[in-house]
Design a protein around this ligand. Structure first.
Ligand code: SF4
Length: 361
């Protein structure tokens, strides 16, 4: 891709219909800054009298979904949410700057993780969240166990419960976290992955090489499963911009969907990614490969949110896997997994030999 090539258009930034701000969130400067940004953008800002979030139509599930997905709530993360959890294989620790996402992916893993209407909540006490991180330094298990990752230090994943880039124009949380890691004189890395493409606020930050952005990707042919996200070409162009700005980068190919034509579709995606990153000096690139899976619980929620989705969640080509928490999930069966894995490892090796594959799951 020539440096002067026109960039594919990203979607306009997410504009929630309303921003709800709890009483406690208004006590934090970051919370007040988000309120000001929303008000300046002409978005309705409601200052709540307490810390309880109420929606207009909580009894009608369809309306509740729509209302929730168009609401940004500014809240305070309680101590229980600030206690970090290990998050293998993506990173040593999960750090949440927010919870929830405005997009409408018909496989969204949040459906099985978050309870209640899917309001996006951003944390006002960002300073407190970041100040808690040094206590975890050197305690990771992923980076210390994996020789390929040891130079990255202790890793902190910010995309487990949200897509932080989707919220960035209103929240500024991701920029603040990147700048904070940039100044942290420690062997540590912030990580985020995104299906969005507006990286303009991040390009000039003093990141110190301590944040790795990955583009979360699926082929264009599967874009129908990813409502409200940025076009894949825009995500790849954004990744190039980040790499040129000196960030370590990566591909999160997720969730890998073994639908008809997957080989051609993913082959073209890998070629597009290689073309998008061609000629970037000192490219530091990784790949994470995550196959589609679901639980009975997440399927029930997704079926109610996206009735009529063409995403296959029948038992075909699936086998049941028990998690370490004793629950069951449906993953692709051994033959499908084998075919997928050997294809991805071969195609990435051919098209993007510089990419270190961090894991397959
Ligand atoms: Fe869920 Fe990610 Fe899609 Fe957001 S972008 S709806 S977090 S899968």
């Amino acid at each position: 891709m020539a440096a002067t090539a026109p960039l594919p258009r990203a979607l306009p930034a997410w504009r929630p219909k309303r921003v709800l701000v709890t009483r406690s969130a208004r006590e934090w400067a970051h919370g007040r800054a988000i309120m000001e940004r929303a008000a300046a953008a002409g978005i309705e800002v409601r200052e709540l009298a307490s810390d309880r979030l109420m929606l207009d139509n909580p009894d009608d599930p369809r309306r509740a979904y729509t209302e929730a997905k168009s609401t940004l709530a500014v809240v305070v993360a309680p101590p229980s949410k600030r206690r970090l959890q290990p998050i293998a294989p993506s990173a040593d620790w999960r750090v949440d700057l927010a919870e929830g996402c405005p997009a409408h992916c018909s496989y969204c893993y949040l459906a099985g993780s978050l309870k209640g209407p899917p309001i996006t909540r951003v944390y006002a006490n960002l300073e407190e969240i970041l100040d808690g991180l040094p206590a975890y330094l050197g305690q990771g298990t992923i980076t210390s166990r994996n020789r390929d990752r040891v130079h990255e230090g202790t890793t902190f994943e910010a995309s487990c419960y949200t897509d932080p880039l989707a919220l960035e124009p209103l929240t500024g949380s991701l920029s603040a976290a990147i700048a904070w890691f940039g100044q942290w004189q420690a062997a540590a890395q912030l990580r985020f992955t995104s299906k969005f493409a507006d990286v303009s606020p991040l390009l000039a930050l003093d990141h110190g090489g301590r944040t790795r952005m990955r583009a979360s990707l699926n082929p264009r042919a599967f874009a129908r499963f990813e409502g409200g996200t940025s076009p894949v070409a825009a995500r790849l162009a954004a990744l190039r911009q980040m790499a040129l700005a000196g960030y370590p980068v990566g591909l999160t190919i997720a969730p890998i969907i073994a639908a008809q034509g997957w080989e051609e579709a993913y082959g073209a995606l890998i070629d597009d990614a290689a073309a998008a990153l061609a000629g970037v000096p000192d490219l530091d690139i990784t790949a994470e490969l995550i196959t589609h899976r679901f639980t009975a619980g997440s399927k029930a929620v997704l079926d109610s949110w996206y009735p009529g989705s063409a995403l296959d969640m029948t038992g075909e080509n699936r086998s049941t896997k028990r998690t370490k928490f004793g629950t069951e999930k449906q993953v692709y069966d051994a033959a499908t997994m084998k075919a997928l894995r050997s294809f991805f490892e071969r195609r990435i090796g051919e098209a993007l030999p510089a990419a270190r594959i961090l894991y397959w799951t």
